[in-house]
Structures are given as structure tokens and as C-alpha cells.
Design a protein around this ligand. Structure first.
Ligand SMILES: Cc1cc2nc3c(=O)[nH]c(=O)nc-3n(C[C@H](O)[C@H](O)[C@H](O)COP(=O)(O)OP(=O)(O)OC[C@H]3O[C@@H](n4cnc5c(N)ncnc54)[C@H](O)[C@@H]3O)c2cc1C
Length: 464
């Protein structure tokens, strides 16, 4: 700090128009304002600035730079690695900029930089439209989109970034620009997968797709059936039509409604389906997998996509401890199947597990170098999650997740989805962007040469 005042006092002086939207350690709302989805991170920023307009964002960036304070940008605060906040620095909090406006005539949706996936679903559903998002609806749209964004509609309509038409941004020098195919196209290329490295997005414009309801929900089988099921799934999924999707998963049946009591705490493998087709077509599409082994539970029904996007929000609520790892996967050899089964037989807690999210279909229509997202030729994005409510579980969550990930790494494609990474170092970030890293570093040097936006999976500015 270049001043003798505390950051919050200096901010009250410099950013007076924020009023109660500035929150510091002395304020009664501080603990609520600084809390992150992943309670494994207990960061204590010097100052949280809740922005309402792009001009607010400009003012906060300039304030942080003037006072030499680290700057974090918070969308939904869901990041696994806690990157929506920073110790002793400034949080540029976008949560109040969460408006969503649907234009049914053009089938486009404007989404504020602090909106959650649930906000988008709530606005699009009355128009029978959908923007592809993720599988938990409390996730922030900004972090999810800037990393790529995959979910139930990826095979049908591509990654979330494949549906991004433009973004309104505030850059490191405080200027406000549009990134689109026509304006600042290099910036538009970089933000489609490159994370929050290039500026603060205050508003996205997405293309939406007509969608009334889907056939969705989980089927669970005994974990012992993994070998046959995953061997069948690795062939079935890539050959399934694009309107059919299902992510393979390993879980423990939660000890709660609506799960039948006799299945509580049973280790399982499963598929969570999302099929955009008639009931009969959906039944026929699932049949090849359902005929492999007798399911323990088949909880599939017709529902709005918004209902499926929110179906697991109650289980995965804010405040748990999370340790994540990820990998992109092209093939699942028999040995990988065996290791998945073995590691899930020793799951540390009932909320832990692993998912293989399909990223083929429409996501493969875009080339590896067409956007910053560099693994279009992978078929799955696998996530390994150790989750529990009890902070004392943190070490065992980490140990299991890292051990499981390392056991599967020999079969992985080389990098991981940035939104499933913890603090894993520069080499891992570079592996994740592969041949795109050099271009990303050059765009970073052009738009953020001083690396103001570095509380993220950081891309270092290329040397001049
Ligand atoms: C339970 C759970 C389920 C998930 N499921 C999926 C899924 O199905 N599909 C998927 O793709 N991902 C999924 N994710 C991962 C998710 O995409 C990331 O956690 C993402 O970072 C969350 O975005 P956020 O805005 O909530 O995060 P934040 O913690 O607010 O921010 C994350 C990063 O994005 C940057 N950022 C945030 N907002 C902005 C902005 N407006 N402008 C510029 N930079 C910004 C931040 O600086 C930070 O580096 C899931 C996460 C959780 C916790």
C-alpha cells in the first residue's frame, strides 16, 4: 500500500459512491461477504467492493492498482481453488450484476457478469429456451463460461463458449471494450477458455436454443458392475446421437430422501442422463446401457432442463470442504476402468466421487485452436472430487483425490479443464492450454502486461 490508511479507509475515501457496498474486516457483513462455496478456503480480503455498473468495475481496478493491492474477481464464488477471493487484497465482487435479459425474437440472452446458472435458467425457461450451462445451478456463469463450460447440453449444442456471441469487458487499464468475432477478435478468442486472465466481463451475450423439456435423471448400478458398464459406455457414448447425453459417475447413495432407504450409503456407479427426445426415443436410447446389468435405481423422468440443472444443488450446497482434480480423457482402457473401480471402492466420504463429462458431439465441431479451449479432441472431462462437511476431513479428501488422479493420469490426455484445477503450478496450466499457450501469453501481454488479473489459473504475459 502506498498510503498509511488501511485499504478499507482508503477505499471509503476514493470510492465513496459505493457506500455500504464496500465491505471490510470491521463490518458485520464481512464473514458472509467473503465466504466462498468451497469452505476449504477461508480467505480474508482487505476489501470487498460490490459493483453495480461497469464504471464501478473500472473504479475498483484503478483503486487496486493505485494502492498496489492484489485484485480478485468474484462471479459466483464457486471456484474449486477459491480463486474468486484473495487474502489482504481487493475483491471486485460482481454478484449484484446478475441481470438476465432474454430476447425471444433473436434467441439471444444477455447475462450479467455476476449471474448464476440458475438466474439464466429462470429467465430462459418461460420462453422455452436454454443456454448450455453446468450441472449445478448455483455456479457462476462468468467463471464457468470463461473456462469453457460443459454440461448436459454439450453434445447437443457445444460448450458454453461455443454459444457466446460477445462479452462486455473492463480491461486492466480500466477501459471498457466489447469482445466478439468483429471487435477485438484476439481477446474474444482468448476469453473462450482462457479464464479471467484478460479482464472483467460485465455482461455476456449468448445464443439460446429452443428446448421445452428433456428426459433426465440418474440410473445407479452396484459399483461391482463397473467393469461391464464402463466398457459398454466407452463405446456407446461416442456413437450415440447428439441429442442423447449421459455422464458416467461414481458415488455413494446419499443417506437422504428421495433415495430409497435400503440403498443409503451404497457405493455405486451410474449415468446421469439428459436426452432431448420423445419418451419412446429416450427409452430406446438408454436401452443398450440398461441391458448391461440390473440397475439398483432408475430415477429418470421428463423435466425442464432447469430442473435437471438444479437437481443436485441440495446435495452440493455451499460451505462444504472440496478438493478437486481433473483430467481430459480420450480413451478409457480396461486398466483405467479397473483403477476407477478400485479407487471408488475406498471413497473417503459419501459426497466424494468422480464424473466423466462428455465433451464430444457439437463440442468437436470447433477445432482445438479455434478458441483457447485446447482439448476438443478429448471425449470426456473427468473430475475427481473429495467432499465433506467436516473441516477435519480436509487432509483425507486431498489424499484420496490426488492418489486417485495420479493413478488415472497415465491414461489421460495431458491437461485438465481449468475449472477443475486447484493450485497445481504453471506447468499444469501450460499443459492445459497446450499449443494455445503461446498465443494466450501474447494476448495477455497486449491486454494485461502487468498481470493485474493473476488470481486465476494464471497465463503469464509473453516477454516483449
Ligand atoms: C458444485 C460444482 C459443480 C460444478 N459443475 C460444473 C459443470 O457442470 N460444468 C463446468 O463447466 N464447470 C462446473 N464447475 C466448475 C465451475 O465452472 C468453476 O468452479 C467456475 O470457476 C465457477 O465460476 P464462478 O463465477 O462461480 O467462480 P468464482 O469463484 O467467482 O471465480 C472463478 C474464476 O473466474 C474469474 N471470474 C469470475 N467472474 C469473473 C468475471 N465476471 N470476469 C472475469 N473473470 C471472472 C475469477 O477471477 C476466478 O479466477 C462446478 C463447480 C462446482 C463448485
Amino acid at each position: 500500500m502506498s498510503t498509511t490508511m488501511s485499504p478499507i479507509a482508503a477505499a471509503r475515501d476514493a470510492l465513496g459512491s459505493f457506500g455500504e457496498r464496500l465491505v471490510g474486516p470491521e463490518d458485520g457483513t464481512y464473514d458472509e461477504a467473503r465466504a466462498l462455496f468451497n469452505a476449504m478456503f477461508d480467505k480474508r480480503p482487505a476489501l470487498i467492493a460490490r459493483c453495480s455498473t461497469p464504471d464501478d468495475v473500472t473504479a475498483v481496478i484503478r483503486f487496486a492498482r493505485k494502492h498496489d493491492l492484489r485484485l480478485a474477481v468474484r462471479g459466483g464464488g464457486h471456484n474449486g481453488g477459491g480463486l474468486g477471493s484473495v487474502d489482504d487484497g481487493v475483491v471486485c465482487d460482481l454478484s449484484r450484476m446478475n441481470a438476465v435479459t432474454v430476447d425471444p425474437a433473436t434467441q439471444t440472452v444477455r447475462v450479467g457478469g455476476g449471474a448464476l446458472s440458475a438466474d439464466v435458467d429462470a429467465a430462459t425457461e418461460p420462453h422455452a429456451l436454454a443456454v448450455p450451462t453446468g450441472i449445478i445451478s448455483t455456479t457462476g456463469m462468468a467463471g464457468l463460461t470463461l473456462g469453457g463450460g460443459h454440461g448436459y447440453l454439450t453434445r447437443r449444442h457445444g460448450l458454453t463458449i461455443d454459444n457466446l456471441l460477445s462479452a462486455e469487458m473492463v480491461l486492466a487499464d480500466g477501459s471498457q471494450v466489447t469482445a466478439s468475432a468483429d471487435e477485438n477478435p484476439d481477446l474474444f478468442w482468448a476469453i473462450r477458455g482462457g479464464g479471467g486472465n484478460f479482464g472483467v466481463v460485465t455482461e455476456f451475450t449468448f445464443r439460446a436454443h429452443p428446448l421445452q423439456t428433456i428426459v433426465g435423471g440418474p440410473t445407479f448400478w452396484a459399483l461391482e458392475d463397473t467393469d461391464e458398464l464402463l466398457a459398454a459406455y466407452r463405446e456407446w457414448l461416442p456413437s450415440a446421437p447428439r441429442n442423447v447425453s449421459g455422464f458416467f459417475n461414481f458415488h455413494t447413495i446419499p443417506p437422504a430422501e428421495p433415495f430409497p432407504e435400503e440403498l443409503h450409503l451404497r457405493l455405486v456407479c451410474g449415468i446421469v442422463w439428459c436426452i432431448d427426445a420423445s419418451d419412446d426415443e429416450a427409452k430406446a436410447a438408454m436401452e443398450p446401457m440398461l441391458s448391461i446389468a440390473e440397475p439398483l435405481m432408475h430415477g429418470v423422468d421428463r423435466m425442464p432442463i432447469a430442473a435437471l440443472n438444479g437437481a443436485f444443488d441440495g446435495l452440493y450446497h455451499p460451505g462444504d470442504q472440496w478438493y478437486w482434480r481433473g483430467d481430459f480423457v480420450r480413451e478409457i482402457p480396461d486398466e483405467a476402468i479397473r483403477r476407477n473401480r478400485e479407487w471408488n471402492a475406498k471413497m473417503p466420504t459419501f459426497k466424494s466421487g468422480s464424473h466423466l463429462y462428455p465433451i464430444d458431439g457439437a463440442a468437436h465441431d470447433v477445432g482445438n485452436e479455434d478458441t483457447a479451449f485446447a482439448y476438443r479432441d478429448a471425449t470426456w472431462s473427468q473430475v475427481f472430487i473429495g467432499v465433506d462437511a467436516d473441516p477435519a476431513s480436509a487432509p483425507k479428501l486431498r489424499e484420496w483425490t490426488v492418489g486417485y488422479n495420479e493413478a488415472l493420469r497415465p491414461f489421460a490426455a495431458g491437461g485438465a479443464y481449468v475449472n477443475f484445477m486447484m493450485d497445481e503450478g504453471q506447468e499444469r496450466v501450460q499443459a492445459t492450454y497446450g499449443p494455445n499457450y503461446g498465443r494466450l501469453a501474447r494476448v495477455k501481454a497486449a491486454y494485461d502486461p502487468d498481470n493485474v488479473f493473476r488470481v486465476n489459473q494464471n497465463i503469464l504475459p509473453a516477454a516483449a
